[in-house]
Design a protein around this ligand. Structure first.
Ligand code: UD1
Ligand code: UDP
Length: 354
């Protein structure tokens, strides 16, 4: 069996790190296509190296650009590859422009479309990711969903065929690579940090980083933290953050994006995580680190329901309030699976497409 896998952005490298190995271990021929949406060494290469992701068979090199440019260049490149390789199926992950490009290319050429991390919804169509998810799910033949909530979200849109609840492959990656990081790295010592004595922040959504006033307000509120805040800055906000930091207290410590192994140790040992990332909210929950999400809504509703994640929305003054008095979480469950999602996915692909 031959499967094409589409990746392109940081969260997709993490997901592919476990699924690509699981596919290849069963003898499936995987053709890995990197659209090249993320290309800085610390946004791409470091993940391939640390996580042993196989070398892509095709690199489309689309880089940065508008949504239409990124999506259309990926679409044209993926169509050519499908025509040449004649795969039995095509895998897309999550909700980026690489995802929707792969979905459109495969479905129009009648190649079975496999969506990993299907069924997530923020119900906010201002997010480009929400559009990518909705379109990809409607076109998919096999939908691998992490949670019961995702099954219900799909059912509300009339999608019930081909839906499989398998857990989240990011749990597989987190379990595996946190252990590796603990054996190999001294991230905290290297950064002069002690466990629980720092907070970790990542902010990269356009709604938070493209507007100077909003970004400044976030940084001002986070600066009121009583401990240092480590902030690996995504390149989207780099220039604006650097300019604004000149006016801020030195509470926030700016660093370049870190590799996944360092990130696991930072998330695990932070007192609080402050983020607008989907993946980082979920990882904070998995590491049992309390999280403040600088958004009005989340796809990962279980984290909020259990009290490990508080949505700050537009009330940014809540940030210092929560950093000094965070309500104790109520509950913690294996909502996102047991760390064996990738092998479940591969079994279902083999049974369905063979
Ligand atoms: C993309 C995804 C988003 C995901 C995020 C993960 C879409 C629509 N968005 O957003 O869902 O949460 O990746 O990190 O696909 N840049 C660099 N170097 C890089 C990559 C980006 O300098 O290696 C800069 C460029 O200025 C670029 C900007 O970051 O214009 C934004 O990058 P882009 O890939 O368009 O979107 P992300 O914000 O990364
Ligand atoms: N991540 C990382 N280094 C960083 C920031 C994030 O390794 O400096 C990891 C993070 O742990 C997660 C993945 O990148 O596994 C995707 O997160 P991102 O916030 O880029 O995307 P999102 O999940 O919001 O789509």
């Amino acid at each position: 069996m031959k499967i094409i896998t589409i990746i392109g952005a940081r969260p997709q490298f993490v997901k592919a790190s476990v699924v690509s190995h699981a596919l290849r271990n069963t003898g499936i021929t995987e053709i890995l296509v990197n659209t090249g949406q993320h290309y800085d060494d610390n946004m791409a290469k470091v993940f391939f190296e640390e996580m042993g992701i196989p070398r892509p068979d095709y690199d489309l090199g689309v880089g940065s650009g508008t949504h239409a440019r990124q999506t259309s260049e990926s679409l044209v490149g993926i169509e050519d590859i499908i025509l040449k390789e004649q795969p039995d199926g095509l895998i897309v992950y999550g909700d980026t422009n690489a995802t929707i490009a792969g979905a459109l290319a495969a479905s129009k050429l009648h190649v079975k479309l496999i969506h990993i991390e299907a069924g997530l919804r923020s119900y906010n169509r201002k997010m480009p990711e929400e559009i990518n998810r909705v379109v990809t799910d409607v076109l998919s033949d096999l939908l691998f969903v992490p949670t019961e909530v995702a099954v219900k979200n799909l059912a509300k849109e009339g999608i019930t065929a081909g839906v499989h609840i398998v857990g989240d492959v990011m749990v597989d990656a987190l379990i595996k690579y946190t252990q590796v990081a603990e054996h190999q790295l001294d991230t905290l010592e290297d950064l002069g940090l002690a466990s629980e004595q720092f907070n970790l922040m990542t902010i990269h959504r356009p709604s938070n980083t493209d507007d100077d006033q909003r970004l400044q307000s976030i940084l001002e509120q986070v600066s009121k933290s009583d401990r240092p805040v480590i902030f690996p800055v995504h390149p989207r906000g780099r220039k604006r953050v650097n300019a604004l930091m000149e006016k801020m207290s030195d509470r926030i410590r700016i660093i370049d994006p870190v590799g996944y192994l360092d990130m696991m140790l930072l998330e695990k040992h932070a007192r609080f995580v402050i983020t607008d990332s989907g993946g980082v909210q979920k990882e904070a929950y998995l590491h049992k680190t309390k999280c403040l999400t600088v958004r009005a809504e989340t796809e990962w509703v279980e984290t909020v329901r259990d009290g490990w994640n508080q949505l700050v929305g537009d009330d940014l003054a809540q940030i210092p309030v929560l950093l000094s008095a965070y309500p104790e979480p109520d509950n913690w469950s294996e909502h996102y699976g047991d760390g064996h999602s990738a092998s479940r996915i591969v079994d279902i692909i083999i049974n369905t497409l063979d």
